[in-house]
Write a protein that binds this ligand. Structure first.
Ligand SMILES: *Cc1c(COP(=O)(O)O)cnc(C)c1O
Length: 392
């Protein structure tokens, strides 16, 4: 077993060796520019990009022509929100999103607000889910977009996307979803789910970093998007810049593998995740955040009463790579905006850890993680001035 044990697969995943193998020839032998139409180097690159476009589209039930390659989900979120906001400003300037979104969505919305857009931030219940009647009540004649993430990166909570898009459609409002954590992990289908725009990131599904895509619906309705990057008119004018061919090839391969292995991986990871949860819930004063909602199979976010997440991680960070529920940068001690939105008090939000298992996680590693966390929690609580934990 290699230390530290990696249980931070929602932050990023390692590249699958099969993905790396598929990418390698496109750095050297097939180095062409996919936009070069006049020679075989360009054609080979364009052909590889087209194949990847088909692989990405297939994973989400889209047409290849609906895939716009970007540098990742952050850029895809920005392109969707700012592009729609610009194009549909004649209709209205109101966007509805929710408090537990990723910062890429929240900060892009804040940017649009400064430019005169109106943004409604829906609250979530203790289970992390938005209230569908609140969503419907928030829609006005000015509303142009509903942006609700598919699955939350901190808790794994899955929103009822199909129902949400039905509400949006009923009011002729576009529906966008940040699906960076969902695609490749659970079935996502833009037709079935009624999604108009969807953001994906390759490095969350065992592909390379720095590549992702925005799905943009082409019919029923045809979504129009103002480009946020001007230049050579690549990607149907929606995202200029020479395509990162090796990364796109790797992204495509990663999507193909995710599709092939999803069902088996879901079963395997659910068992491992449930074992981890059961093991840790054996400790007193622990609770799973979002446990009352549907969740991704490989994620659990656990609060350890009277044991700070930072303290725990200091206790085991040599051996265990996890993330605190809080979105702390090293300098900030802000508790997680996701957990506080779910109603956790600051101290409990600070006492939470996210465990995200992945394709390469083993049973042995889960056993090790349970022992390591238990030891660390016990040690921290022994040292705590609050003393007696029999009464937690
Ligand atoms: C990781 C992540 C992003 C950012 O993706 P990048 O490709 O790293 O820009 C956006 N949204 C969610 C939900 C994520 O988990």
């Amino acid at each position: 077993m290699k230390l530290p044990v990696y249980l931070d697969n929602n932050a990023t995943t390692p590249c699958d060796p099969r993905v790396v193998e598929a990418m390698l020839p496109f750095f050297t032998e097939h180095f062409g520019n996919a936009a070069s139409r006049s020679h075989a180097y360009g054609w080979a690159a364009e052909e590889a990009v087209q194949k990847a476009r088909e692989q990405v589209a297939a994973l989400i039930g889209a047409e290849p022509s609906e895939i716009v390659f970007t540098s990742g989900a952050t850029e895809a979120d920005n392109l969707a929100l700012k592009g729609v906001s610009e194009t549909y400003a004649v209709k209205g300037r109101h966007i509805i999103t929710c408090e537990t979104e990723h910062k890429a969505v929240l900060d892009a919305c804040r940017h649009l607000e400064k430019q005169g857009a109106e943004v409604t931030l829906l609250k979530t219940g203790a289970n992390g889910l938005i209230d569908q009647s609140e969503l419907e009540a928030a829609i006005t004649n000015e509303t142009i977009l509903v942006a609700i993430m598919y699955a939350n990166n901190e808790t794994g909570v899955i929103q009822p996307i199909q129902e949400i898009s039905e509400i949006a459609r009923k009011h002729a409002v576009l529906m966008m979803t940040d699906a960076a954590q969902a695609v490749g992990k659970i079935p996502v289908d833009v037709q079935h789910d009624g999604i108009d725009l969807l953001a994906i990131s390759a490095h969350k599904l065992y592909g390379p970093k720095g590549i992702g895509a925005l799905y943009v619906r082409r019919k029923g309705p045809r979504v129009k998007l103002a480009a946020q990057m001007d230049g050579g008119g690549h990607e149907k004018g929606m995202r200029s810049g020479t395509l990162n061919v090796p990364a796109i090839v790797g992204f495509g391969k990663a999507c193909e593998l995710a599709m092939q292995e999803m069902a088996a991986e879901t079963d395997r990871l659910t068992i491992l995740r449930d074992n981890l949860e059961q093991g840790l819930l054996g400790l007193e004063g622990t609770s799973v955040n979002g446990a009352q909602a549907p969740r991704l199979p490989h994620v659990t976010n656990i609060s350890f009463k009277y044991a700070s997440g930072e303290g725990l991680m200091t206790g085991f960070n040599r051996d265990l790579a996890v993330s605190s529920g809080s979105a702390c940068t090293s300098a900030s001690i802000e508790p997680s905006h996701v957990l506080t939105a779910m109603g956790l008090p600051d101290d409990l939000a600070h006492s939470s850890l996210r465990f995200a298992l992945g394709r390469f996680t083993t049973e042995e590693e889960i056993g090790f993680a349970i022992r390591t966390v238990k030891e660390s929690v016990d040690k921290l609580r022994e040292m705590s001035p609050l003393g007696d934990f029999n009464h937690i």
